[in-house]
Design a protein around this ligand. Structure first.
Ligand code: FES
Ligand SMILES: [Fe+2]
Length: 469
């Protein structure tokens, strides 16, 4: 079930940069989001290093529903709905672990880590009473766990999609993949060395889920919210912040795909860590210096993006300062469950990992000083938008509207030329509207013109950029 496109367009006006508050508070619209967005888009499930061994599992989420990420005995990764096929019981009640068998607490049907319903000698596990009560007539091959049909491994991160027709994850990512890949690479430029620190922080906030991805896709303008942490110097050494440089930063987005971020593009940025950040931790500063020199050597001419960004719909990542991933899991229109993963290099020395871990958690997560500012904004905005009167009025996304231009040499990418623009929030809403209308993948990926289609409002092209003041 999708929303009628006229209804969607009455809520989201891309050309004029406004969106009805109703899409942030309404129960019916929220239910459509679960069906039209979360059942069709690529969603972040976790990192392969969370399930390194055969029979390891990690319980994660897709939309409101739990799925069990497993590694079977052949080493293959699966994502299985955490709901018993017999009568729906929540099968696994732990967050993570290792098991050869998931045995349902209700009637003891048992499943292996590849999702198949198994038989065990003695008739106690597998399907109890398979011989005596089912007379061996139950077709076990038809009653395995419900598996996510599409799984992708992107430089160690695992993604899932319920829609068998969806394009590959790489196509879905488009040019934004260069950005995400860079966040997952080793700090010295070797591929695939980023990993997650054990222990995922999870907490709930009374805000609509869309606040987080639209914040992390590019919102430098809310610096005033972080004034207190700026004053106390939130940097790891108690000096400044690690993200307080703006020189050359800009908003970059993919209007046809919904992704975007804020940061830098081009040849290697001369530094991704503020020089004084780790001055109280000379051995950490030394490690970063060494990495930086090696990375310059390795990636000297490699084009890349760097900074923070959002993969549509609900995964955001910070590539440089608290190097993390945050997933905004929807829990109803007025509540979000956030999961934060912290990224480090797999082979970084323990003392470096330890210092980074402490710094990350002082900055981000439920006890993070900076994160708390953002959470307070999102919760209070959700509350103040949900009144009989307030929900009738729109939000404004007109900052820089019409002033974005195509970014040279990166097909599909537009940029604002400066860090302050609501371009990426409009891009997110545009993609949101396209999914909510129920467009098929051909339309979603190939820009087929259909009635009511709205192109991203580019007011000027690269060559006609002259304008009078
Ligand atoms: S619900 Fe799982 S065995 Fe009955
Ligand atoms: Fe913030």
């Amino acid at each position: 079930m999708h929303l009628n496109s006229d209804v969607v367009r009455s809520h989201v006006d891309i050309e004029n940069g406004v969106a009805g508050r109703i899409i942030f508070v309404d129960e019916d619209i929220y239910k459509h989001e679960l069906e039209s967005i979360f059942a069709h888009t690529w969603l972040f499930l976790g990192h392969e290093d969370q399930i390194p061994n055969p029979d390891d599992y990690y319980v994660t989420r897709m939309g409101e529903e739990q799925v069990i990420l497993t590694r079977d005995r052949q080493g293959e990764i699966h994502a299985l709905l955490n709901s018993c096929t017999h009568r729906g019981m929540k099968l696994c009640r732990y967050d993570e672990g290792n098991t050869s068998l998931f045995t349902c607490p209700y009637h003891a049907w048992s499943f292996s880590t590849d999702g198949s319903l198994v038989s065990r000698p003695g008739d106690l596990f597998g399907v109890p009473g398979y011989k005596t009560r089912y007379f061996e007539e139950l077709d076990k091959s038809k009653w395995g766990l419900i598996a996510v049909p599409r799984i992708a491994n992107f430089h160690g991160t695992i993604w899932g999609n319920w829609d068998p027709e969806a394009p590959s994850f790489e196509e879905y990512l488009g040019g934004m993949g260069q950005w995400l890949r860079f966040a997952l690479e080793s700090r010295d430029g070797r591929p695939g060395q980023g990993t997650v620190l054990a222990g995922i922080q999870k907490w709930r906030v009374k805000c609509n889920w869309k606040f987080a991805p639209t914040n992390f896709s590019g919102d430098f303008a809310h610096a005033v919210s972080h004034r207190s942490v700026d004053m106390v110097n939130i940097g790891p050494s108690g000096v400044g912040r690690r993200d307080d440089k703006f020189d050359g930063a800009s908003v970059f987005g993919w209007p046809d795909l919904g992704h975007g971020g804020t940061g830098w593009a081009g040849a290697l940025e001369e530094d991704y860590v503020q020089p004084k950040s780790f001055q109280r931790f000379p051995e950490v500063a030394e490690w970063f210096d060494k990495c930086r020199a090696e990375r310059r050597q390795r990636l000297r001419d490699t084009f890349h993006f760097q900074g923070k960004g959002t993969i549509f719909p609900n995964m955001s990542f910070h590539e440089e300062q608290p190097r993390t991933i945050i997933v905004a899991h929807p829990n109803g229109p007025g509540e979000t469950e956030f999961w934060r993963y912290y990224l480090v290099d797999r082979d970084a020395p323990d003392h470096v990992k330890d210092t980074l871990r402490r710094y990350f958690m002082s900055y981000s997560g439920p006890a993070g000083l900076t994160e708390q500012d953002d959470l307070e904004n999102w919760a209070a905005a959700t509350e103040a938008s949900n009144g009989t009167i307030s929900r009738q009025y729109p939000y404004n996304y007109q900052q820089g509207l019409g002033h974005s231009v195509p970014y040279p040499d990166v097909p599909g990418c537009v940029w604002a030329g400066q860090p302050f623009s609501e371009q990426n929030q409009v891009i997110f809403l545009k993609r949101w509207a396209e999914f909510m209308e129920g467009r098929n993948w051909d339309q979603l990926m190939h820009r087929v013109e259909i009635p009511g289609d709205v192109e991203f409002p580019l007011a000027k092209s690269q060559t006609s950029g002259e304008e009078s003041a």
